[in-house]
Ligand binder design. Structure first.
Ligand SMILES: [Zn+2]
Length: 312
């Protein structure tokens, strides 16, 4: 580890801790009555729809969320690799599933942890559920030259620690693009964000979305580097790989969202100012499954299927 990367790890660590601590305090103060999650065995039986998949994780501790992902993969007989990590910043376990056997790798990421005090439905149980659904749909239909790697990360809320640990230790050769799914359960419009420049990977994504009838700046948006917010893809962007966030937003809120995320002061005060959806439940005790739109989850599954086909 170079001095520079240690320094940036420290910065992410401090930011992650502040973020978690602040969420904990505010969620305790708001404290709404939380209904306990169903027993995991019950949730496993109902996990074959995206919303059923959300209930696997929603309202559980981070250790339980992590265990639930391993349990559902094992219960479905899906071979997966475990990537355990422990650093001064924290510990956890990432899980990866490879689909197809090509030498060009498309990496799709969903973190399984949540901030303390939040049920973590939209952030980020919805994304985990989407990848589990995608897995069922495309497992036997990956184009020959492609390999799709699904990565379920731990500790994203600690400055994307799990993704950084993975990027440091796993071979990155062959990865042609990375999408990190964040807040994918509310809205009707897709946002590809942290896109500093047009790339071949972005071209593939936009062709796929347009083939589905989506229109740029209308039913999908391409957004530059966003201050304050971040996600797991940044661990790979740091290695020079095209790596973007993928989020669903209500199209009607696009302008309010643009103002919100591009104003660092407003977004730092994320807990205090009026926030447009999906940020009105973000990192709060209100981030529950009943606020999600099933159609949003289905739309992301469909978009990812189209992107996979386009990249083949
Ligand atoms: Zn998140």
């Amino acid at each position: 580890m170079t001095g520079r990367s240690l320094l940036s790890d420290l910065g992410l660590y401090v930011r992650g801790r502040l973020n978690s601590r602040l969420s904990q305090l505010l969620n305790r103060r708001r404290g709404g009555p939380a209904s306990p999650p169903p027993p995991l065995t019950e949730a496993l039986g109902a996990a074959d729809t995206p919303l059923g998949g959300v209930r696997l994780l929603e309202g559980r501790s981070n250790a339980e969320r992590e265990a639930a992902v391993a349990r559902v993969l094992a219960a479905r007989g899906i071979p997966f690799a475990r990537h355990r990590f422990a650093t001064f910043e924290g510990r956890g376990e990432n899980f990866s599933v490879d689909l197809g056997s090509g030498d060009r790798v498309l990496l799709l990421i969903a973190h399984h942890d949540a901030v303390p005090g939040s049920p973590g439905a939209n952030d980020n149980a919805a994304a985990v559920a989407i990848l589990l659904r995608l897995l069922e749909r495309v497992a036997t239909r990956i184009p020959p030259r492609l390999r799709v790697r699904l990565l379920f990360t731990a500790a994203e809320e600690l400055g994307y620690l799990g993704a950084r640990a993975y990027a440091r230790h796993a071979p990155l050769g062959g990865i042609v693009g990375v999408l990190s799914l964040e807040l994918c359960g509310i809205g009707d419009s897709l946002a590809i964000w942290d896109v500093p420049a047009e790339t071949a990977f972005l071209g593939g994504i936009t062709r796929a979305l347009e083939a589905l009838g989506r229109l740029r700046d209308d039913t999908y948006h391409v957004v530059g580097r966003i201050p304050v917010f971040g996600s797991d893809h940044r661990a790979f962007a740091a290695a020079g790989i095209p790596a973007y966030g993928l989020t669903v937003v209500p199209g009607a809120e696009a302008e309010a969202l643009r103002r919100f995320v591009f104003s660092p002061v407003r977004s730092v005060l994320v807990h205090l100012v009026r926030r447009p959806p999906p940020f009105d439940t973000y990192h709060s005790s209100r981030d529950r499954g009943e606020t999600l739109n099933p159609a949003a989850l289905d739309a992301v599954v469909g978009a990812l299927e189209a992107i996979i086909a386009e990249m083949g």
